[in-house]
Write a protein that binds this ligand. Structure first.
Ligand SMILES: *Cc1c(COP(=O)(O)O)cnc(C)c1O
Length: 389
C-alpha cells in the first residue's frame, strides 16, 4: 500500500452524521450550515463565520467584501496554492508577490516593507495582502498588521493549512491581526467537509457582504431591503453574486470532524517530533518552528542542503517508486504558465525559487502509524545515499 502525503479520516460517527442529513428535510439551506459556522467561530473566537463550497470561493467572497476591484492590487506569497492569488484576478484586480522568509516559508515582513516603500513612491500600493500560513505555521501577523496600518491595506489570512493552530497563544481565525481569515476543508487539509471552506471575521459589515456574495447577491433581510417588501415572497438582488453555498451534507461532516480537531493536531505534532528526531542526522534542512506559533502542521517539508533540481527529482522519483507519495508544495505561482503570460518572471523571487529547488513534502496525516513513518524515513535515507554525487 502506497503511503500518501496526506489523507482524511472518516469515522462511523461522520457517516451517521451525513446519513442523518440525507434522511432529513434539508439537503441545502437548513440548520447544519449555520451550526457548522457557529462551531468554527466558537472554536476560534471570531464573531462571524461564512461557510462556502470551497476555500477558493471563500477567498473570492473575502476579496469582494473588501472592495477589491479593477485598478487595485492584491499581494501574496509566491509559495502558495494558486487560489491565494487567483481570487484577485476574479475581481479584475492585479496581483503581485512578496518573497518568502527562507526559514518559515511564509511571506517575509522585511521584503514586504521594502516593496511597500517602493510602491508608495510609484502609486502601486496594495489594497489587500493575503498572508498564507504555509504548512500551518502562522505568518508574522503582528508585523504584517502594523504595516497594514502604516500603508493602509486590508489583510486576509489564508489559513487553509491552519485550522486548529494558534498564534501568540490565541486561535488562528480570531482575526486579531486581520480583516478576514479563510479555512479550507478539502480532504488533505486538517479536517474535511469533502469540498468546503469558511471565512471568519469580527466585522458585521464584512460578514453581511460575504453572505450576500455567497448567494447571488440576494437578500431577504428586512433591514437590508432597498424598497418595501411587495409581499411575503419578496427578495432583492442587490449585487452580482454567485452560488458559493455549502451543502447540509458537507456541514454535517464538518461538524462531526470538529470533535477530533485538537486530537488531529496533537497527533500531527507527535509525528513531527518523531520526524525531527529520526531525520536529524540526514543531510537535510528540517522545518523550523517559530516560537510565536503553534502550527496545525498540515505539511512537513524538508529541504535538500543545496538547490539541485536534478537530485531533487531523483529523490522524489526514488521515494515514489518505493510507494512513498512525496509531493512538492508549491511550484512558485509566478512560474505558472498563466502567470508568466501575465508578465511574471519567477527569478524576481529568489528565495521562493531556491525553496522550490530543494523542497520535499513528506507524508503526514493523523492516522499515519509510527511504522509507516519509519518506512518513510528509511526510504528517504536510502534515496539520499543513492543520489550523493
Ligand atoms: C487548499 C488551499 C486553498 C484552496 O482550498 P479549496 O478548499 O480546495 O478551494 C487555498 N489556499 C491554500 C494555501 C490551500 O492550501
Amino acid at each position: 500500500m502506497p503511503i500518501p502525503y496526506g489523507r482524511q479520516e472518516i469515522t462511523d460517527a461522520d457517516i451517521e452524521a451525513v446519513v442523518s442529513v440525507l434522511r432529513s428535510d434539508f439537503l441545502t439551506q437548513g440548520p447544519a450550515v449555520p451550526n457548522f459556522e457557529s462551531a468554527i467561530t466558537a472554536y476560534c473566537g471570531a464573531r462571524h463565520g461564512v461557510a462556502a463550497n470551497s476555500a477558493t470561493s471563500a477567498l473570492h467572497m473575502a476579496c469582494f467584501a473588501l472592495g477589491l476591484g479593477p485598478g487595485d492590487y492584491l499581494w501574496t506569497s509566491p509559495i502558495t496554492f494558486v487560489a491565494s492569488s487567483n481570487c484577485a484576478l476574479y475581481c479584475g484586480a492585479k496581483v503581485d508577490f512578496v518573497d518568502i522568509d527562507p526559514e518559515t516559508f511564509n511571506l517575509s515582513p522585511l521584503r514586504l516593507r521594502e516593496k511597500l516603500e517602493r510602491a508608495a513612491k510609484d502609486g502601486t500600493l496594495p489594497k489587500v495582502v493575503v498572508a498564507v500560513h504555509m504548512c500551518g505555521q502562522p505568518c508574522d501577523m503582528r508585523a504584517i498588521h502594523a504595516l497594514g496600518k502604516e500603508f493602509g491595506f486590508s489583510i486576509i489570512e489564508d489559513a487553509s493549512h491552519a485550522v486548529g493552530g494558534r498564534y501568540l497563544d490565541e486561535p488562528i481565525g480570531n482575526c486579531r491581526y486581520s480583516d478576514i481569515t479563510v479555512f479550507s476543508f478539502h480532504p488533505v487539509k486538517i479536517i474535511t467537509t469533502a469540498e468546503g471552506g469558511l471565512a471568519t471575521t469580527q466585522s458585521t459589515e464584512l460578514d453581511a457582504r460575504m453572505r450576500l456574495m455567497r448567494s447571488h447577491g440576494i437578500t431577504r433581510d428586512a433591514e437590508l431591503l432597498e424598497e418595501p417588501a411587495h409581499g411575503p415572497w419578496y427578495y432583492e438582488q442587490q449585487e452580482l453574486g454567485y452560488n458559493y453555498r455549502m451543502t447540509e451534507l458537507q456541514a454535517a461532516l464538518g461538524l462531526s470532524q470538529i470533535d477530533r480537531l485538537d486530537d488531529y493536531v496533537e497527533r500531527r505534532h507527535a509525528l513531527v517530533k518523531r520526524y525531527n528526531t529520526l531525520l536529524q542526522d540526514l543531510p537535510l534542512d528540517l522545518p523550523m518552528q517559530h516560537p510565536d506559533g503553534y502550527s496545525a502542521f498540515h505539511l512537513y517539508i524538508v529541504r535538500l542542503k543545496t538547490a539541485d533540481q536534478k537530485r531533487q527529482t531523483r529523490v522524489h522519483q526514488a521515494l515514489r517508486a518505493a510507494g512513498i507519495m512525496v509531493n512538492l508544495h508549491y511550484i512558485p505561482v509566478p512560474m505558472q504558465p498563466y502567470y508568466r503570460q501575465l508578465g511574471f518572471n519567477a527569478s524576481n523571487w529568489p528565495q521562493a525559487l531556491d525553496y522550490y529547488r530543494r523542497a520535499i513534502t513528506l507524508p503526514l496525516y493523523p492516522t499515519m502509524t509510527d511504522e509507516q513513518q519509519d518506512q518513510v524515513v528509511r526510504a528517504l535515507a536510502e534515496s539520499l545515499k543513492q543520489t550523493e554525487q
